[in-house]
Design a protein around this ligand. Sequence first.
Ligand SMILES: Cc1cc2nc3c(=O)[nH]c(=O)nc-3n(C[C@H](O)[C@H](O)[C@H](O)COP(=O)(O)OP(=O)(O)OC[C@H]3O[C@@H](n4cnc5c(N)ncnc54)[C@H](O)[C@@H]3O)c2cc1C
Length: 375
Amino acid sequence: MNFDFDKTDIAIREKINELFGPDSKAAIENLENGSLTEIREATLNQSKTLAETGYMALGLGDGKNAVSLTATQENLAAVSPSLFLSLEVSARVFGRLLALYGSPDQQEKILLPLKKGLLIGALALSEGGMNIENDPLDTTGVSSDDGFRVSGSKDHVVNGPIADWIAVAGRVGEKNAFFLIKKDSEGMSIGQRLATLGYNGVTLTSVTLENCHVPSAFIIGPFEEEDPIKRVRSWEDQALTAASLGQIKRSFDTALDYAKNHKSGGKPIIAYQEVGFKLAEMLTLLQTAQLLAYRAAWMEETDDREASVLAHCAKVFCTESAEKVASHALQILGGQGYLTGNPAEEGYREAKYLQIAGTSSEISRMKIADELLRI
Ligand SMILES: Cc1cc2nc3c(=O)[nH]c(=O)nc-3n(C[C@H](O)[C@H](O)[C@H](O)COP(=O)(O)OP(=O)(O)OC[C@H]3O[C@@H](n4cnc5c(N)ncnc54)[C@H](O)[C@@H]3O)c2cc1C
C-alpha cells in the first residue's frame, strides 16, 4: 500500500477544519429540533460553502471509493456527523448514481446544481423485509404515457423531507431501475419525520408512491446487464465506514482532552492506569480502523480482486470500533459523559446506526465468508 495525498485533497481538508473548527458546531447540529424548512436551509447553506472547497464533487468522476476521498470524508464526519450523513447521501450516493449512470440531460438539470451545493438528493432503495441478497424489489414501474407509473413504499429515507429529488429503486418487469422523482410530485407522499436514537440533525421519513408518473427522461435504467444496486450499496457502506472514522476520532479527542484536564484525587485522571489503558486501546482502534479503511480504498483504487471483501471487513471493524471507542470515552467522562450533547454519548448512540444501515454487520460477515469460499 502506497499513497500520497495531493495538494487539492489537503487544501479541502484544511478548509473543512477552518470552516467547522472545534468551537463552531455546524449549524445543522443546532437545528435538531428545528423545523424542516430550517434544517433544509441550513443543509443547503453548508453544502454551498463546502461546494466551494470542491467537497461536493469528490468521487463523482469514476465512482471509486478512493483513499483521499475517505480521508477527506473523515474530517467532515469528525466535526459534524449529521451534516456529513446528509451530504454523503446527497452527493456520494444520489450524486454518484447520476454521475455514473445518468443521461446528459439528467446531469445538467440535477447533478450540476447538486455539485454546486444548490440542491439536496436522497436515495430510496431498502424495503422492509427485503433480503439484501436476492429478493426482487417490490416497488414497480409500469409503462404508461411517456414514462412509467410507479407504486411502492420505502420505510427509511434519509433527507426524505428536505430533498429536491429522490432516486427510488424499483423494477420494470424483471429489471431494476431508478426513478428520479421531484419533490411534491403527484402520487409521492412523504411520511412524518421519524424520531431516531442518534443523528438527530438528519431528517428521516418513509416514502410512498401510488401511481406516481415519472417521465421517461427521468429514469435511470432499466439495466440490461450491469446492475448498479450493488455499486450503490458499496457507496453507502463506504460513507458509513468514513462516518465511523470521524466518530472514533471525535470520541477519542474528547476523552483525551478530558482525561488530561479533569482531576480526581488531585491528579489528572489520565495518570490513573485504568484510564490510560482505555485511551491506549482507543488510539489503537483509531489507528487500526483508519489503516483498514484506507487499505480497502486503496484496493478499490487499484482494482484488487479482494477489494470487495476488504470493504466489508472495513465496514464491520470501523463501525463496531466506533461503538467501543465511544463507550470508553463516555466512561472516561464519567457523569459528564452521561449528560446528553457531548461527542461521546452521541457517538455511542450513532454507532448503532452505522452497524445497521447499508450492509448490516451480520450480512457483511456473511459476505466476507462467501468471498472466502470464492477466493
Ligand atoms: C436511520 C436509518 C436511515 C436509513 N436511511 C436509508 C436511506 O436513506 N435509503 C435507504 O434505501 N435505506 C435506508 N435505511 C434502511 C437501511 O439500509 C436498512 O435498515 C438496513 O439495510 C437493514 O435493513 P432492515 O431494517 O430491513 O433490516 P432486516 O433486513 O429486516 O434485518 C434485521 C436484522 O436481521 C439481520 N438479518 C437480516 N437478514 C439476515 C440474514 N440473511 N442472515 C443474518 N442476519 C440477517 C440484520 O443484519 C439485522 O440485524 C435506513 C435505516 C435507518 C435505520
